[in-house]
Ligand binder design. Sequence first.
Ligand code: IPE
Ligand code: IPE
Ligand code: MG
Length: 237
Amino acid sequence: MLGGIPRHVGVIMDGNGRWASLRGLPRVEGHKRGAERAKDVIEAALEIGIEVLTLYAFSMENWQRPRQEVSTLMELLKLYLSKELLELLHKGISFRVIGDRSRLPEEVQKVIEEAEKYTSSASRLTLVTALSYGGRDEILRAIRKIIKQGLRPEELNEEVFESALDTAGLPPVDLIIRTSGEKRLSNFLLWQGAYSELYFTETLWPDFTKEEFLYAIQDYQRRERRFGAIMPISTES
Ligand code: IPE
Ligand code: IPE
Ligand code: MG
């Protein structure tokens, strides 16, 4: 018997550079094509009723890449957001960014703020983009916030801590998909993914299809999640 649809799915969209190199193209061509694939996955998430979709678009460590690649990625993001804002609104998608946005170029921060503001009351799907994001950095920033609030040690529990994370109010991530054959988390949702199911595929992100996304969801639905107990535990809402 198949289990329920995951409430929250995270995707590590990896392999853009290799996809381009294999074709003798510059890496940025892979990023462009990758942005198109993100649209397909958002569409699929809407169709099957996923509540939250988190796309890992740019990690804290990705700041180390050549300046040219970083700036093209930022441009692509700005372009994509300004182009798709109406579409997001139309589809009932609420947009949100997690990560240290203070490091992003000012114009990018502005577009993000606008998109967040205009889509804040949408409720069909929450589309989270992890941008300038690192799980360790997020945890440290949360601790700093808590210390600043003057919380006493005995007042700290998981709930309080979670409310200081960038993902405050979102359910834990049920399934993490990573493309391109790498089998690691690369600093993605470290706290939130404590009990995530993991799905790895060799497919490079620019070749990832809606069908493969749906296949990954089905694979998840066949799994037994025990959370350390003996009987499977359901996470359906
Ligand atoms: C993922 O693809 C996109 C980002 C990290 C921004 P990569 O750019 O990491 O592509 P590969 O892994 O080098 O092929
Ligand atoms: C992880 O991919 C980050 C994103 C997909 C945005 P990377 O390509 O940066 O990760 P590593 O270097 O292979 O661990
Ligand atoms: Mg990579």
